[in-house]
Design a protein around this ligand. Structure first.
Ligand code: GDP
Ligand code: IMO
Ligand code: MG
Length: 428
């Protein structure tokens, strides 16, 4: 049995897509369990770049079943363009399965995301404006429309009629927006329904049967631990549970099914949007790493905020996710910048600590305590073909991360392309 959850240990964009793609060759199934098209997973295979938002990164490996499970909110327009984009590049998407219990992202969700962000002014969260937050609000307030409803014209019309009236009233009265016309939304979405119908299937038995019969199943998280609605830097978070527990609820598997949790860690830290970030670099070094690592959002193109690796946060993430091993990415990006730093503790108004603070406000008042480490050069990492051939400074950095976080590094990513991944230990 091998059910492995791949989870972001920081603020998202750790390279989960790349890791998932790399592991897919040895997996049978890849399952997305939460989030929506706020996620952007870039995968590079043989120099070809793919940007995925909803379809699991396993789709680039032929013959894999790729599940969009109940916990995801689906923008049908984005999903269809992803399906078409992959097909036009010669990829077989027949392995895609969509849960009828997944929620549908509607045009008013996008509009509300924009309006709400504008209204927040200086307190804005910096959402991706993809409508994902408002779609989850509707899910929990029980006014959402699910894929199952979309597949049944009568049910869809019935639900849309009620919900649209409410949303239009909200948009008009609160934001002075025109709202949406029932006929237009209906026609557009029933068109989407026709396109998506072939892929819809109850994914709970599909996933559980795969696990039961000993298949290798990867659960691909979106976002990251500190964007989790419970465990992140609230309110500067996303509206779902990217942490490993989210895989159980979001895919309909019991906790006893999960064998391993692989924490994806970028060799430094990045964040898009607002919120506390103790190791943030607002100086020249931050810009240098941003440019070298091409740290611009996959979904929105926004420049990502950059900082040194924060081991205090990683330790917290390891606990919250029950992490059993680590995959460290972008080691090549840190090359050629001289001495590198790792945050090992925080100076707070109450003294120095290695514990993660209880509230985001406390986190915002933390000053990082750094440990400096010898850096490495581009040529040294470009030529490495195994862990043993990596420069000593890289191996020291990896060992220090293992020590500080308390988990083994089993995968090391040393370049964008799938081929630039070093496997230190078997993940499954
Ligand atoms: P995700 O959201 O966690 O899947 O991460 P993203 O795809 O949004 O962001 C990670 C970015 O770093 C992407 O552009 C990847 O192609 C790239 N990337 C991943 N691993 C590496 C690596 O080891 N080296 C370099 N240079 N780029 C990487
Ligand atoms: P992947 O899967 C990085 C951030 C947004 C914002 C906050 C809330 O690529 O790692 P939302 O649109 O979710 O309501 O925005 O969360 N955010 C991400 N940051 N990577 C992501 O996904 C993100 N998805 C959302 O920037 O700060
Ligand atoms: Mg991303």
């Amino acid at each position: 049995m091998a059910a492995v959850v791949i989870v972001g240990m920081q603020f998202g964009d750790e390279g989960k897509g790349k890791i998932t793609d790399y592991l897919s060759e040895r997996a049978d199934m890849v399952v997305r369990y939460q989030g929506g098209s706020n996620a952007g997973h870039t995968v590079v295979v043989g120099g070809e770049e793919y940007r995925l938002h909803l379809i699991p990164s396993g789709i680039l490996t032929p013959g894999k079943i790729c599940v969009i499970a109940n916990g995801v909110v689906i923008d049908p327009a984005v999903l269809i363009s992803e399906i078409d984009g992959l097909a036009s590049r010669g990829h077989d998407v027949s392995g895609l399965r969509i849960s009828p219990a997944a929620h549908v992202l509607m045009p008013y969700h996008r509009r509300l995301d924009e309006m709400e962000e504008e209204a927040r002014g200086a307190n804005r969260i910096g959402t991706t404006r993809r409508g994902v937050g408002p779609a989850y609000v509707d899910k929990y307030s029980r006014s959402g429309i699910r894929i199952a409803d979309l597949m049944d014209e009568a049910s869809f019309k019935r639900r849309l009629e009620v919900v649209l009236e409410e949303k239009n009233t909200l948009l008009r009265r609160l934001y002075g927006d025109d709202g949406f016309r029932f006929g237009e939304v209906c026609e557009q979405y029933l068109g989407y329904a026709r396109r998506l119908r072939p892929y819809v299937a109850d994914t709970v038995p599909i996933v559980n049967e795969a696990v039961r019969s000993g298949k290798r199943v990867l659960f691909e998280g979106a976002q990251g631990t500190f964007l989790d609605v419970d465990h992140g830097t609230y309110p500067y978070v996303t509206s779902s549970s990217p942490t490993a527990g989210g895989a159980c609820v979001g895919a309909g598997v019991g906790p006893t099914v999960i064998d391993k949790v692989l924490g994806a860690v970028k060799a430094y830290t990045s964040r898009v949007g607002s919120g506390p970030f103790p190791t943030e670099l607002t100086d020249e070094m931050g810009s240098r790493i941003r440019d070298k690592g091409k740290e611009y959002g996959t979904t929105t193109g926004r420049p990502r905020r950059i900082g040194w690796l924060d081991a205090v946060m990683l330790r917290r993430a390891a606990v919250v996710n029950g992490v059993t091993a680590l995959a460290v990415t972008k080691m090549d990006t840190l090359a050629g910048i001289g001495t590198v730093k790792i945050c090992t503790g925080y100076r707070t108004p109450w003294g120095t600590t290695t514990d993660f603070p209880a509230t985001p406000d406390d986190l915002a008042s933390c000053e990082p305590v750094y440990e400096e480490m010898e850096g490495w050069r581009d040529e040294e990492i470009a030529s490495a073909s195994s862990f043993e051939t990596l420069p000593t400074a890289v191996r020291r950095y990896v060992s220090r991360v293992e020590e500080l976080v308390g988990a083994r590094v089993v995968l090391l990513s040393v370049g964008r392309d799938r081929s630039r991944t070093l496997c230190l230990e078997d993940v499954f």
